[in-house]
Design a protein around this ligand. Structure first.
Ligand code: FAD
Ligand code: NAP
Length: 865
């Protein structure tokens, strides 16, 4: 059933703008959904990117077998790719072939630019005006206008005065351009330049490349289609394409789970070499799990890439100038090349580093830099695009109440899922800002979007609705998630078109969604499964608004949960204690190790009933250092002095403090109050031996996570009552503070966030008799008096069953006059802050804790003398 209008019938169901990969697939799907359409394309023919970008050397940089439609299952009967990376003419032939095979072409009106579009709220239709002054109405408007289709305005002084030929790579002429015997300038060193320079240099008499920012480029290793890849694809194409959609980048490669620092130097180099030989961009970005999240990991690979440049380019000064620095690998889109660097070894090719000698202006005969005048016959401008938003905002789009999209997006685009934007009903964006788009194999992202959009139109019709629009809340939620997602990666750290930095005056926001096609696709699917969560629908069937936010967890915390769910392990509480301990030890050992510290020393100290193992983390620099006594998490049942190693390293490195992680006796062998007795004994012993350990006895704090935080809190109460030793601060990460009561968070966050309420109960049953649960040594929140305790830093996490216990403790401490810093970690789970370098979004929280702790260790007078 198609969506039927409520009011005046529009001219057509759907208007599509653009006839590239996206527009063509839209036509195919809309036809199948029996929706009528008009398709407008500014160019005289179809193909989009592959129509416009005809510069020498233009080719795809995602393998051809991956960069193709999946909807044409018998494609092998009438098509084959000639190369691993197909050229522009071949891709354009492919698109024409698909259009003819599926009878798509006759739906398109060419040479017709859409200039204006406005929403008519009374009629619930879009009015669209083209350059030919035609007005057409449609229920839905779909912008398939491309992420890289509007060339950046030429911002080079004097370009109009040049009397030779000027070519823009993105608007290359159709007739052949012959550079034989010519002196050619190339401005730019992005992908278009990197592809065209070696080809131009084959014919030209002289090539001078004007480089502002050097790029990272990887050798493509182009050649015939790799037979093994073709075989893998043909063995089960459906599975291959499914794997592509379930992958990070849209090519079927599993996400790397290996961290750079977790392998030896030799293994790391071998892996780098292997990926370099492979010549695949998206796989390169996956070389280690932390390439795009960890600055050190990124820098190691960047240096490997620079070594490759130095090894190829014979002139050391040119090599140096070609080596990118000052931004992480991948934060400006890396290139894939054939002979790019080697081209600079040719005697007639020269690089001019514009950072050293800036381009002053173009003259009638050439280019003047601050150092030199150059004469040229032709200039090639490979200066890029007004990316992602440029083609959308080039159209004067007005939504409800005449709101201009340009105005709404004045400070940067706001969308829900990169698909729609609030205030603009029935307007869909294909690969819009806030979706993976340019960070992925775009054909995969285009197909996923087109299917979501057309299925959505169909669902709407079936439900008796005509109008769909995201809510402000859903959009704000997605934008917050988008910002959180960008913040945990290094992607936004380059002056790249990813952030709009290449276009003067463009608001700088990270435009694509960086968490991957897999993670993104799951969110889109979940929105539909949850009855179009975050959308308001209206029409014949009335109105319905299913308001809500699709992603509230920090993205990396969510990913960890998703990965755990995918493994489908039995819940910890269904295991025996031994199994649970073994599993816990194994999973904690698999975490990234955390930052380097100067030394790690193991020892034993006397506990309340026998020796306790400890692990000491020593910071750089000369002591005496402050000491943090740390108690591990694990519900009093599991874990030991070594299991929270990465958090301890992090505490040590951030605070320049000795961190001593002390074990304690566990339940069910040793039930309450054994752990508390051991905690107290350990703190006393460490205070007595602080100097011998290299620490400062006057600057001792306690810290713990989860059950360990309970111990830390209780120890503070005990030493207050016993008159010592001196503790200057307590840091409690997600403490359990009341084992006797039920809090709303026990119910709200009972399941789905790692620690479950059922597991908390399992721990409680092993640890403490119900009759003892209101003892303040078990439930510190139940203490009669909290006054006079050491200053506290209490960290609680939004999606934690014990969140409210921690919140209550922080509030009670503050109410009792204890200096308390309460840090509420938005979007975090009970465990996520402890997953150093895996859940990168925890770093700012731990930095805040460190800041507070440093303050306590330096300025807080002890509450206990
Ligand atoms: P486009 O192909 O850009 O098509 C959009 C169409 O909309 C254009 O034809 C344009 O004329 C038309 N249009 C825009 N505004 C209007 C308007 N107002 N009215 C009428 N028509 C309008 N991606 C990859 O994943 N892998 C690659 O290897 C890769 N290589 C690339 C190489 C180059 C040189 C460039 C520039 C981009 C490359 N991309 C690559 C990105 C590429 O843009 C996408 O892969 C894909 O082709 C985009 O398809 P599309 O249909 O969304 O947009
Ligand atoms: P780009 O990556 O934005 O590169 C533009 C280049 O021009 C940059 O080096 C830029 O320097 C330089 N530049 C811009 N204005 C300048 C000025 N006024 N003076 C001097 N230098 C100037 O553009 P692109 O190469 O066209 O590529 C855009 C994107 O399209 C790619 O990142 C990729 O996604 C896609 N693409 C893919 C392929 C492929 O291999 N399949 C090929 C081409 C394009 P700064 O960096 O200093 O701004």
């Amino acid at each position: 059933m198609t969506a039927k209008p409520t009011c005046t019938a529009p001219d057509t169901d759907v208007i599509v703008v653009g006839a590239g990969f996206a527009g063509l697939y839209l036509i195919h799907r809309l036809k199948a959904a029996n929706l009528s359409m008009r398709v407008f394309e500014a160019a005289p023919d179809l193909g989009g990117t592959w129509y416009w970008n005809r510069y020498p050397g233009a080719r795809v940089d995602v393998p051809s077998l991956d960069y193709m439609y999946s909807f044409d299952p018998d494609w092998r009967d009438d098509w084959q790719w000639s190369e691993k990376y197909a050229t522009q003419p071949e891709i354009l032939r492919y698109l024409n072939h698909v259009a003819d095979k599926h009878d798509l072409r006759r739906r398109i009106t060419f040479d017709t630019r859409v200039e204006r579009a406005w929403w008519d709220d009374d009629e619930s239709v879009w009015h669209v005006r083209t350059q030919h002054d035609a007005d057409i109405t449609a229920r839905f408007l779909v912008m398939a206008t491309g992420c890289l289709s509007v060339p950046k305005e030429i911002d080079i002084d004097g370009i109009d005065t040049f009397t030779g030929d000027v070519f823009l790579t993105s608007r290359w002429p159709h007739e052949p351009v012959d550079f034989t015997g010519k002196r050619v300038a190339v401005v730019g060193t992005g992908s278009s330049a990197v592809q065209s320079i070696p080809v131009i240099a084959r014919d030209a008499r002289e090539v001078v490349v004007f480089q502002r920012t050097p790029t990272f480029s990887i050798p493509a290793g182009n050649g015939p289609v790799p037979p093994d890849k073709l075989e893998l694809l043909t063995a089960d194409e459906a599975a291959y394409r499914r794997a592509a959609r379930a992958s990070q980048g849209g090519v079927p490669v599993e996400r790397s789970l290996t961290f750079t620092a977790s392998v030896s130097d030799d293994e790391r180099t071998a892996r780098y070499e292997e990926i370099w030989r492979k010549g695949e961009l998206l796989e390169t970005l996956n070389v280690f799990a932390d390439l795009m999240t960890n600055q050190d990991a990124n820098e190691q690979f960047a240096e490997f890439a620079r070594d490759k440049i130095r090894a190829t380019v014979t002139d050391p000064a040119t090599a140096d100038a070609l080596c990118p620095s000052g931004f992480p690998f991948g934060s400006k889109r890396p290139c894939l090349d054939t002979d790019y660097y080697a081209t600079y070894n040719l005697p007639h090719v020269r690089l001019v580093d514009l950072r050293a000698t800036p381009l002053r202006h173009v003259t009638e005969t050439g280019i003047e830099t601050s150092a030199e005048s150059f004469r040229f016959d032709a200039m090639v401008l490979a200066t890029g695009f007004d990316a992602v938003t440029g083609a959308i905002t080039a159209v004067d789009v007005r939504g409800r109440d005449g709101l201009a999209l340009n105005e709404k997006w004045a400070d940067g685009p706001a969308t829900y899922l990169g698909l729609m934007t609030a205030g603009f009903p029935n307007l869909f964006l294909i690969t819009g800002p806030g979706s993976p788009s340019v960070l992925s194999n775009m054909v995969v992202s285009i197909e996923q979007h087109v299917e979501w959009v057309v299925d959505g139109m169909t669902d709407l019709g079936h439900g008796g609705f005509d109008v769909i629009e995201p809510t402000e809340r859903a959009e704000a939620g997605w934008m917050r998630h988008q910002a959180d997602s960008a913040a945990i990666t290094l992607f936004p750290k380059g002056n790249s078109w990813y952030v709009g930095a290449n276009v003067p005056g463009k608001p700088q926001v990270f435009l694509p969604y960086p968490n991957g096609v897999d993670f993104y696709g799951a969110a889109c699917a979940e929105v539909v499964e949850r009855d179009y969560l975050g959308f308001a629908l209206s029409g014949r069937a009335g109105s319905r608004c299913n308001d809500g936010v699709i992603r509230e967890l920090q993205p990396d915390a969510q990913m960890v949960l998703d990965q755990m769910a995918a493994v489908n392990l039995p819940p910890l509480e269904s295991m025996s204690v031994e199994e649970a301990r073994a599993f816990h030890a194994l999973s904690r050992a698999a975490l990234p190790p955390g930052p380097e510290v100067a030394a790690i020393e193991d020892g034993v100290l006397p506990g309340a009933a026998g020796d306790l193992a400890y692990r000491l983390y020593r910071p750089d620099g000369r002591g005496p250092h402050p000491i943090v006594v740390y108690f591990h998490g694990g519900g009093f049942v599991i874990g030991d002095a070594t299991t929270d190693g990465s958090l301890c390293r992090d505490l040590c490195a951030r605070n320049a403090a000795i961190v001593i992680s002390v074990d304690y006796r566990h339940a069910p062998e040793h039930r309450f109050p054994a752990a508390m007795d051991d905690g107290l004994a350990a703190v006393r012993w460490i205070a007595d031996h602080a100097a011998a350990l290299g620490g400062d006895p006057g600057r001792l704090a306690v810290c713990g996570w989860s059950a360990g935080a309970t111990i830390a809190a209780v120890v503070c109460q005990l030493v207050r009552d016993l008159g010592g030793p001196h503790i200057c601060g307590q840091v409690l990460f997600t403490p359990a503070t009341d084992w006797a009561a039920t809090f709303p968070s026990h119910v709200e966050n009972a399941e789905g966030y790692g620690l479950t309420t059922a597991l908390v109960r399992w721990f409680a049953d092993h640890y403490v008799d119900p009759a003892d649960r209101d003892d303040p040594r078990c439930s510190p929140l139940r203490a009669d008096n909290l006054a006079g305790l050491p200053a506290a830093v209490v960290v609680t996490c939004e999606f934690d069953p014990v969140r409210d216990e921690g919140d209550s403790y922080a509030e009670a401490l503050a109410a009792a006059g204890v200096p308390t810093r309460h840090i509420r970690a938005r979007g975090h789970t009970h465990s996520s802050l402890t997953m150093v370098d895996l859940v990168v979004s925890g770093a700012p929280v731990r930095a805040e804790v460190a800041d507070a702790l440093r303050n306590l260790l330096t300025t807080q007078p002890s509450a206990v003398a």
